[in-house]
Ligand binder design. Structure first.
Ligand code: ZN
Ligand code: ZN
Length: 271
């Protein structure tokens, strides 16, 4: 199946200043063509991602409910249209309650029950496998305050993994199984090494650790993601340079291909 990975938001924590990498928070689309898409997270990037588009199926997998992964959801273009079904998946048992909070009339003018007819809310158990549009979706828990979930999408020819918001030291066993030999993995690379040392217990990762995890799991393409919003373009370019040097010098022939994710980037994928 021909698909496209499209990046709509790559920043962590909070939407930030205009940048060549983009300003929006986490939102990645797996565009399966024919107006069918799977989205990973609904950070502020999901607003533009859904603008002027009609979806036959719009599936949204939420890694966790920190603001930078859900704040765009009330602004998903298409909410309020009964002809667009939106299916939301999460590993948190109280998913409905969490969504009700997000649409609480004290914080947002439209409540969740006004969208009830077009929303399908699904809860999965960590480690559960699902089938969607002929693809296999696997799930696993990551190391993050309040928990976060990783997703792997596999077709006949290749696989894609979304595994952000995690300290990868260590990688939980199930997440390790998901990452193993994945063709494209989106990984938490929030920090340059100095900042990582100061913030080692924040549940995020440095680019070195993200690359190590990809190399250890023989991931072919390592897509660095979820950047600290305080970094300037110069600092992010520096992170990119350091990351590519680190990967080449440490792993040479076995180095995963390291890429910075950025808003607007599209990567064709034969799933
Ligand atoms: Zn985050
Ligand atoms: Zn988080």
């Amino acid at each position: 199946m021909k698909a496209n990975i499209r990046f709509w938001g790559v920043k962590g924590s909070i939407a930030s200043q205009a940048s060549k990498f983009g300003s929006n928070t986490s939102c990645v689309e797996l565009d399966l063509g024919d107006s069918n898409s799977i989205f990973f997270d609904a950070g502020t990037g999901i607003r533009a991602a859904t603008q002027n588009r009609i979806f036959k199926s719009l599936n949204l997998f939420i890694s966790h409910f920190h603001w930078d992964h859900i704040q765009g959801l009330p602004f998903l273009n298409g909410l309020g249209r009964d002809d667009i079904k939106v299916s939301i998946y999460s590993g948190f048992e109280d998913i409905r309650e969490r969504l009700q909070h997000l649409f609480d009339p004290r914080f947002h003018p439209v409540s969740l029950k006004d969208y009830e007819s077009q929303l399908e809310i699904h809860h999965f158990h960590p480690g559960e496998k699902m089938e969607l549009m002929g693809l296999q979706i696997e799930t696993a828990l990551l190391n993050h305050p309040g928990k976060s979930y990783a997703y792997k999408v596999s077709g006949r020819s290749s696989s894609f993994c979304y595994a952000t918001d995690s300290d990868y030291d260590p990688v939980p066993d199930e997440a390790s199984r998901l990452l193993h030999q994945t063709d494209f993995a989106i990984v938490d690379s929030q920090y340059l090494s100095g900042d990582f040392l100061e913030k080692a217990d924040y549940g995020h990762s440095s680019f070195q650790r993200a690359i190590d995890v990809c190399a250890e799991h023989r991931v072919k393409n390592c897509l660095l993601f979820h950047f600290d919003p305080n970094y300037s373009d110069a600092e992010l370019e520096n992170l990119e340079r350091q990351a590519q040097d680190y990967s080449q010098s440490k792993y040479s022939k076995n180095a995963p291909k390291v890429m910075m994710s950025r808003e607007g980037l599209q990567i064709p994928l034969n799933l």
